[in-house]
Design a protein around this ligand. Structure first.
Ligand SMILES: N[C@@H](CCC(=O)N[C@@H](CS)C(=O)NCC(=O)O)C(=O)O
Length: 203
């Protein structure tokens, strides 16, 4: 397998996931700032032109970080970070979807349409006037999530899962681009510090 890596929170989530699962793959670096991901030969690997991607040994390519992590989880021996039973896997996937729709995409688009606009304006349809509202949507959901985290160690209760890595990767990104975690959200702040202390956070 070959991992197409770059800067940015999406590849970062997969790197942290791989570190947690003890996976070490050969990598090729793609220059995202220079737009290498938006032209040949990378587009032949991932027609959506986004990072990262995982090339399998038969030459087929998986893109989108959640399917990449799910695939790696399934083909790697050891405890799963998705779940050991259908109910656990469903719970993890429920949270991943909730986080993606309500926090991660609004946060990421809030960045793409504002601080990141120079990079993105010729790559995707940007909506600058939506940026502040999108950031607000992410913050409102983080406020609700803070309440839901009361008494929980991880997003899925006692289980550390892909959902934790996914949210952590984007909240960490938010720290650097003007979407800082409100430390008054004490449950979430404690959770963030707990995840940041894991050795895999250095990946
Ligand atoms: N939904 C995609 C999002 C991928 C994505 O937006 N990747 C960013 C890097 S963090 C990217 O490729 N940005 C540069 C670009 O879109 O040209 C996934 O799950 O992999």
């Amino acid at each position: 397998m070959l991992f197409y890596n770059s800067i940015g929170p999406n590849p970062r989530v997969v790197r942290m996931f791989m570190a947690e699962r003890g996976i070490d793959l050969p990598r090729t670096e793609v220059d995202l700032r220079a737009g290498e991901n938006r032209r040949a030969p990378y587009l032949a690997k991932n027609a959506f032109g986004q990072m990262p991607a995982l090339e399998l040994d038969d030459g087929s390519v998986i893109a989108e970080i959640i399917p990449i992590c799910e695939y790696l989880d399934e083909v790697t021996p050891g405890p799963s970070l998705i779940g050991a039973t259908p109910a656990e896997r469903a719970e993890t996937r429920m949270w991943v979807r909730r986080l993606d729709l309500n926090i991660i995409e609004p946060l990421a688009n809030g960045f793409r349409f504002a601080e990141g606009i120079k990079l993105f304006q010729n790559r995707i349809h940007v909506i600058p006037q939506a940026a502040e509202d999108l950031k607000q949507i992410a913050q409102e959901w983080l406020g609700r999530l803070d309440g839901m985290m009361a008494g929980k160690t991880y997003i899925c209760g006692a289980r550390f899962t892909l959902a934790d890595i996914f949210l952590f990767g984007f909240l960490e990104f938010g720290e650097g681009v003007g979407q800082k975690l409100n430390r008054e959200r004490t449950n979430l702040a404690a959770w963030f510090d707990r995840i940041k202390a894991r050795p895999s956070a250095a990946a």
